[in-house]
Design a protein around this ligand. Structure first.
Ligand code: GTP
Ligand code: MG
Length: 711
């Protein structure tokens, strides 16, 4: 494989809604560039991009694929992304390393859910974008209408740079507004013939070009001046202006293709190499050690790992972008995270399922290697002795779906743990966590389909049968009124005896709670509990009824009890305890006796202090198209939500609500079916609140039934 120089590389991410033709386009680009000798297809299950078993079975992309094409002595690295929402983590990873994202839009369907979601993702990370209307050979293709819709949704930064002459069946010609030529493609694909614009298209082409030139000149004063003086700009000048506009996210050019018929693929690649920013033209990277990198060969050598995958016969493959300097086979590097050594055993250039060796990879370009010891996605490799710091990590979307998981056969438990960890390394958006409190293994992800994909891998690749079920809710318990209790622990049959008696009072903890007046508080200690809330422990002993040395034992007894509240076995919180009296025995009193007396007197008092269950309440923000708001609101109200407000956001409304966690199980799936996938949401813990009476009754009954089952 040839070594490409920095300026001869372009990196593009193919993004967009599901089934808009990303994989087909990637195949067509690779074929056109001669990287593959035969064009495969998604249907025939022989594309270089959708090659994984799960992708062949489902006929859609499930993870991103790295490949490339060659055009006019330049290398175009391509990352083909899955379109389905739940895989948006892959889109973020590819945008992290590609200077331009190409957003495919179906010429038949126009703006779809996936278009909106990918656009929002691009905006989140300030990603330069080009729109590509694909499928223009389709009998229902409609270019002008789709452009209108795109502008309506995404604003006036969109500008036509190419348009189809005869969209629909028989589509074969594109007018390029940069060089004002018509590209006519032979049937069955191949090189287009370049022709003058036909007379009947001249007016339209000129009008559209004028708008394009204006957009191109916008970001550059000298171009603007020239445009005013001469009334026009050359193709190179338009290209230069557009490049500035693309890089600053000020312009989104619109291009057109039929990936299936290989029409416009040549003009697209030409646009990429002339008008999309080169790696060194994109905004600079600043490492955690404030080192600035501009994808220059003489920058300090730095490689950022943007993807890890497991390939059956190669074990782990890591994909990286060289952010500065050059990387050679056999080179010794260190991981900037912990300075552990890594040697690059093989340097590979990947095109989907195919790999080739290469001697050297220059700044700006992508490569892959295998058998690294502990370097994975989001890590940075740098040269030994001068740790120039880590590259900013990939944007990580928050999980919206949680489930508890366990192996059907407990003999698979350990295997399941290892498999989940491995899957998390490959896909950081798949969260894996063991909750000690709930005693459940919890996995989280970006939707139910994401979790089902994990299930598929566990069943088919790891051969583990699993069960998924709703995670438990981490309830808390507290009290609502003051109660006193006392307990005498006494054991005096044979051997050394045991004796301890404790009198205590408990009171709800709130800020500025009222102190008692009937006994003095001699010493007060405040404990912030690991599970939230507080315990205040007061020594109010007068006259030495209990020795000070027994107080820690009493506290210990209370702490044991507070971990398993009497109502539902959940942690208790927000309680003030006053130990105000008790009794000792001159011989038999010891720590264990006072621990038990503390524990049981506390439990007694708790039962009489109006105990209440508290539930975690989350701040939930739902972004929903205005016209679908009604259904979403009704559903939220059925979940005991308190709606805090609504803010308009373009064509959307942002609903802010507070919702108990117990009501949020599988919310992403319900929201998706209520809105055909057009709404998104985030949730963040806010606070614990007491549950309403009917909910408390239900929970008490559930816990009692569960205790009875266990006995
Ligand atoms: N008529 C027509 N069909 C196309 C075109 N591009 C893709 N298709 C078809 O559309 C379907 C989806 O194509 P893919 O390439 O798998 O789409 P994708 O965007 O990669 O899909 P996901 O990865 O699942 O999001 C396939 O049946 C393709 O043959 C096109 O330009 N014209
Ligand atoms: Mg695909």
């Amino acid at each position: 494989m040839k070594v490409y120089q920095t300026n001869d590389v372009r990196n593009v991410a193919l993004i967009g809604g599901a089934k808009t033709g990303k994989t087909t386009l990637a195949e067509s680009m690779a074929f056109y560039g001669g990287v593959i000798s035969r064009k495969g297809s998604v249907e025939d299950k022989n594309s270089i991009s959708d090659y994984r078993e799960i992708e062949l079975a489902r006929q859609n992309s499930v993870s991103s694929t790295v490949l490339y094409s060659e055009y006019k002595d330049k290398k175009i690295n391509i990352i083909d992304n899955p379109g389905f929402n739940d895989y948006i983590g892959e889109v973020y990873a590819s945008m992290r390393v590609c200077e331009t994202a190409i957003m495919l839009v179906s010429a038949q369907n126009g703006v779809e859910v996936g278009t909106e979601i990918n656009f929002r993702a691009a905006q989140t990370v300030n990603q330069p974008l080009v729109f590509l209307i694909n499928g223009l050979d389709h009998e229902k293709a409609k270019f002008d209408e789709v452009v209108r819709e795109l502008k309506e949704y995404f604003g006036n930064k969109l500008i036509i740079a190419q348009y189809p002459v005869n969209a629909g069946q028989g589509f074969d010609s594109i007018i390029d507004l940069l060089d004002m030529k018509m590209y006519k493609y032979p049937k069955g694909g191949g090189k287009p013939s370049i022709e003058d614009i036909p007379a009947e298209e001249a007016d339209k082409a000129e009008e559209l070009q004028a708008a394009l030139i204006e957009a191109a000149a916008e970001g550059d004063d000298s171009l603007m001046e020239k445009f005013f003086e001469e009334g026009t700009l050359s193709a190179d000048e338009i290209s230069h202006g557009l490049k500035l506009g693309i890089t600053s996210c000020g312009v989104y050019p619109i291009l057109c293709t039929s990936a299936k018929e290989d029409i416009g693929v040549d003009t697209l690649m030409n646009f990429i190499i002339t008008t999309c920013p080169a790696p060194s033209e994109a905004s600079e990277e600043i490492t955690t050690k404030e080192v600035k990198l501009n994808c220059k060969p003489n920058d300090p050598t730095t490689a950022f790992i943007f993807k890890t995958s497991i390939e059956s016969h190669l074990s782990e493959v890591v994909y990286f972008k060289v952010m500065g300097g050059t990387i050679e086979e056999g080179q010794d590097l260190i991981n900037a995270k912990n300075e552990s050594k890594e040697r690059i055993p093989q340097l590979l250039v990947v095109a989907g399922k195919n790999r080739e060796k290469v001697a050297k990879i220059m700044a700006g370009d992508f490569g892959a290697t295998i058998k690294l010891k502990e370097t994975r996605t989001n890590d940075t490799l740098v040269v030994p002795k001068s740790n120039t710091g880590r590259i900013q990590p990939i944007y990580k979307p928050e999980p919206i779906f949680w489930t508890a998981i366990k192996a059907v056969n407990s003999s698979d438990d350990e295997k399941l743990g290892l498999a989940l960890n491995e899957m998390h390394k490959i896909d950081p958006t798949l969260g894996v966590e063991y909750s000690r409190e709930l005693k459940q293994q919890i996995v989280s992800g970006l939707g139910e389909v994401h979790i089902n994909t994990m299930k598929w891998y566990l069943a088919n690749q790891y051969k583990i049968d699993i069960e998924l079920f709703a995670p438990k809710v981490p309830y808390r318990e507290t009290i609502t009124k003051i109660a006193n209790a006392s307990y005498r622990h006494k054991k005096q049959s044979g051997g050394a005896g045991q004796f301890g008696e404790v009198h205590l009072r408990i009171q709800p903890y709130v800020e500025n709670y009222a102190k008692p007046t009937d006994f003095p508080v001699r010493d007060s200690q405040e404990y912030v509990l690991d599970w939230g809330g507080k315990l205040i422990f007061n020594n109010c002993i007068v006259g030495g009824s209990i020795d000070a040395r027994f107080l820690p034992a009493i506290l210990k007894g209370i702490m044991e009890r507070i971990e398993t509240g009497p109502l539902t076995g959940s942690y208790a919180r927000d309680i003030v305890v006053y130990v105000y009296d008790g009794k000792m025995h001159p011989v038999d009193s010891n720590e264990i006796s006072f621990k038990l007396a503390g524990k049981y007197s506390f439990a007694d008092a708790f039962r009489n202090a109006g105990p209440k269950i508290m539930e975690p309440v989350y701040d939930v923000e739902v972004l929903v198209p205005e016209e679908l708001m009604g259904g979403v609101m009704t559903d939220l109200q059925n979940r005991r939500a308190i709606v805090m407000g609504m803010d308009p956001d373009g064509k959307y409304q942002k609903i802010r609500a507070q919702v108990p966690l117990g009501e949020m199980n599988r919310y992403s799936t319900t929201l998706s079916s209520l809105t055909s996938g057009r709404a998104t949401y985030t949730m963040k813990f806010n606070e614990y609140r007491q549950v309403p009476g009917d909910v408390q009754d239900r929970l008490l009954k559930e816990y009692a039934d569960q205790q009875a089952d266990e006995e």
